[in-house]
Design a protein around this ligand. Structure first.
Ligand code: AMP
Length: 215
């Protein structure tokens, strides 16, 4: 039985490649350069399935991939149905933050019970976060460059990932609240774990070992 691992190009692939190599999974085509979306590896019976970061949980949920790697941001937004999340790989670490324009008094707006417009691709997480605080929000779904929205009057605030803070600073935005720390997790299709346990269990253990050594 073939094992498929759903991975996204960019940060996750870059930071996962050394972990994969340690468990003997070396892609036969360079995933960043090839246009192939299914990439065979040197580990027999294991292939990489190249997906958009936000699609990784969906491929694994439906069993189109047995394993995957996804950020906690994407997993929270997806909801995690049908997924087993055995390992925090500790990679692609950042924080999900609320940020506003430097001249926007966030504390005062919250105190006064203002209804806030929040631009984000994490609509679900945003709703849950502000509902728990009792703050009314209108999330506005964007697909990229959230930082632009407060600058041109589309939103009062954004919910986005912050790593160095350079993108916020370059756009005169300041972080005002942390929603959660984020890092990439190994995800496993729950049914596949039962059906293909003999093949998956050693891989999961190897990922755990590689992640521990990488720390
Ligand atoms: P920075 O300027 O280093 O704070 O990075 C912020 C930009 O990179 C924002 O556009 C974020 O959406 C994106 N970003 C930061 N960390 C991550 C991550 N771990 N995964 C995906 N995108 C990230």
């Amino acid at each position: 039985m073939t094992i498929g691992i759903a991975l996204s190009k960019g940060r996750i692939l870059e930071e996962t490649a050394p972990l994969l190599a340690r468990v003997g999974i070396r892609p036969k085509d360079h995933p960043e350069r090839t246009r192939k979306l299914v990439v065979e590896t040197e580990r027999p019976g294991v292939r990489l399935i190249i997906v958009r970061a936000s699609d990784a949980p969906t491929y694994v949920q439906y069993g189109a991939a047995d394993l995957g790697i996804a950020g906690k941001d994407v997993l929270r937004e997806h909801g995690g149905t049908g997924l087993y999340q055995p390992l925090d790989l500790g990679i692609a670490a950042c924080r999900m933050m609320v940020a506003v324009r430097k001249d926007f008094d966030y504390e005062a707006a919250v105190r006064q019970g203002a209804r806030l417009r929040i631009a984000t691709k994490y609509v679900q997480v945003t709703r849950e976060h502000f509902a728990a605080k009792g703050v009314h929000v209108d999330p506005i779904r964007l697909y990229g460059s959230m930082e632009l929205a407060p600058l041109v009057g589309l939103a009062d605030a954004i919910v986005d990932l912050v790593s160095t803070g350079n993108t916020l600073r370059a756009n005169n935005l300041v972080p005002v609240e942390e929603i959660m720390p984020v890092s990439a997790r190994l995800i496993v299709n729950q049914a596949a774990l039962k059906m293909k346990r003999a093949q998956l269990q050693p891989l999961i253990e190897a990922f755990g070992e590689a992640a521990r050594r990488a720390r």
